[in-house]
Design a protein around this ligand. Sequence first.
Ligand SMILES: [Zn+2]
Length: 233
Amino acid sequence: MNKLKVKWIGQSGYLLNDGMTEICIDPYLSNVVDRIAKRGRMVEAPFLPDELKSDVVICTHNHLDHVDIDAIPLMKKDNMLFLAPSDAKNQLFECGVINFKSFDEGTTVKIGDFELKAVFADHTVPAVGVIVKNNGITMYFSGDTEYNEKLEELKEYNIDIMFICINGKLGNMNVEEAVKLTKIINPKVGVPTHYGMFESNTENPENYTSKLNCGFEMEYNAEYDVLEVLRNV
Ligand SMILES: [Zn+2]
């Protein structure tokens, strides 16, 4: 029986847990963007960095809201595998990461019942999106990416749920482009993401969900049963 749960932990951050294995994507748990770039959080961090218990942490690219250099040093990393583009390797080692595997476009990693594949993204630095398969469900996390026709090829994965950036700034597609890509990829559910963290770089998720029959807005820090989500939209 599939018990896959998904929780949005802000910005591009998600926790995926099937009862045996936990995967964390792009956790942003500190206020480092405020410290370095004077952009404060709009929402409190959902938990402390040392409370993260994931088996795998994926950082889709080396920007502070994806490689959180203030939070990662505080995480209990002994048994955590970090996956990120090779470009982010040195930064992660500087944060005290012990277990690192390059996660460049085309790389597939299997852990427990999860299959994680790095796919194309078009951002200001080397970046990847992630295809996650677990017990017959396929999810796509865009990470940060501009609209690019190569993304349309992801349709071949028969994606059930896609999590797509909508903020339209700093190397990311805007909400109209996110709607267009969602219609092409044609998932059962489309979830807007990468908003609601920085006042100068956000978007109203209803501008996405209202234009799609499959649009679904997840609440911040609420846990969803993936099968329920697929049933209810
Ligand atoms: Zn970002």
